[in-house]
Design a protein around this ligand. Structure first.
Ligand SMILES: [Zn+2]
Length: 290
C-alpha cells in the first residue's frame, strides 16, 4: 500500500480551496459582515475541509515521522518469513505498512479484551504481506480484527477443537484464531496461514460478496483469472495440486487458499503451477520465489 498519497492530498487541497471560496463569501453575505470576515471564514472552512478529506494521509504522515517501536522490527525479523526475504529498503517499507495498520485498526479479543503486542504485529504483518507490492491497495480503516484465543465453532464458541480458524465478514470484523495465526507464521512452508487467508478474502470483497476475483483485477486479467481458477480447482479435486483441498470449495476459497500458497510455498507454486504463480505475481506485484 502507498503510505502517503500525494496526489490525493493535492486533490483534497484543491477541493478544500473551492469549499473555502464558496463558504467565505456566502458567510459574509448571510451575516452582512465585511471582507476580512469573508476571508477568515473561507480560510477556516478550507482548513477544516482539508483536515477532514486528508485525515488518513495526514495521520500517517505524522505517525511515520515519529519514532518506530523497536519491538516491531524484532518481531518481524523473528517471526515473519516474507519480511526476512526482503532487502533493507523493502524491510523499512514493510515496517511502515505494519505501523500504519496497527495505528488504524482495532485489534482486540472478544469484548475488547486486550491482546498481546506480538499478536497485533502478526495480524498487521498478515495484511502487510498482501498489500506490500501494490501501491493502490489498502484496507478500509473501519475493518476491525477480533482475535479469539483458539479455534471456534459456528456458534462462535471458542474451542481448541473448533473447526473454524478464521472468518472474514463483509460488514463486520475479520476474526482470527490466535493459535492458528501464530502457527501460520511459525510453520512457514505448509501453505497455511489464517491471517493471509482472511485478509485475501477482504481483498476479494466486492460490495457485499466474495466472488473469488479480487477488486483491482481488471477486465482482461479478471477473465483469464476466471478460467485459470476453474482449471486449478479441477486439479485440486484430482489431487494434482500443491494447494490444499479446501481451495476447491468455491472460487472465493480458491483465491484465499491460492494466496496462502503463493506466499508460503512460492517456489513450489512457481514450479508446479506456473500460470497461477504468474497471475498472482502480477496481482500482488510481488515475486516471492524470485
Ligand atoms: Zn476462507
Amino acid at each position: 500500500m502507498k503510505l502517503f498519497r500525494r496526489r490525493e492530498v493535492e486533490q483534497s487541497a484543491a477541493l478544500a480551496l473551492l469549499v473555502g471560496g464558496i463558504v467565505g463569501p456566502a458567510a459574509s453575505a448571510v451575516t452582512q459582515r465585511d471582507a476580512p470576515y469573508a476571508i477568515a471564514a473561507g480560510v477556516a472552512a478550507a482548513a477544516l475541509a482539508f483536515a477532514v478529506l486528508s485525515r488518513r494521509w495526514l495521520r500517517r504522515y505524522w505517525l511515520l515521522r515519529g519514532e518506530a517501536d523497536p519491538r516491531v522490527r524484532a518481531l518481524l525479523e523473528a517471526r515473519v518469513g516474507s519480511y526476512r526475504r526482503l532487502d533493507a529498503e523493502q524491510k523499512l517499507e514493510f515496517e511502515r505498512n505494519v505501523r500504519c495498520f496497527l495505528a488504524e485498526h482495532t485489534i482486540a479479543g472478544p469484548k475488547q479484551k486486550e491482546v498481546s503486542f506480538e499478536t497485533k504485529v502478526l495480524v498487521a504483518a498478515s495484511a502487510a504481506v498482501l498489500l506490500f507490492g501494490r501501491e493502490d491497495l489498502d484496507f478500509p480503516a473501519q475493518i476491525d480484527i477480533v482475535v479469539y484465543p483458539e479455534a471456534f465453532t459456528e456458534e462462535y464458541e471458542v474451542k481448541r477443537k473448533g473447526e473454524i480458524l478464521g472468518q472474514a465478514h463483509a460488514q463486520g470484523p475479520v476474526i482470527l484464531s490466535e493459535r492458528a495465526l501464530v502457527d501460520g507464521f511459525a510453520r512457514q512452508g505448509d501453505g497455511q496461514n489464517v491471517g493471509i487467508h482472511e485478509f485475501a478474502h477482504m481483498l476479494d470483497l466486492q460490495g457485499a460478496r466474495f466472488d473469488g476475483t479480487p477488486a483491482g483485477m481488471d477486465g482482461h486479467a479478471a477473465r483469464s483469472w476466471a478460467s485459470l481458477v476453474h482449471r486449478e480447482i479441477a486439479r485440486i479435486a484430482k489431487h494434482k495440486s500443491i494447494l490444499r483441498q479446501y481451495g476447491a470449495t468455491n472460487e472465493a476459497e480458491f483465491f484465499a487458499v491460492a494466496s496462502e500458497g503463493f506466499f508460503e510455498r512460492p517456489a513450489a507454486m512457481k514450479e508446479k503451477h506456473p500460470d497461477l504463480y504468474r497471475a498472482l505475481s502480477e496481482f500482488y506485484g510481488q515475486d516471492p520465489a524470485g
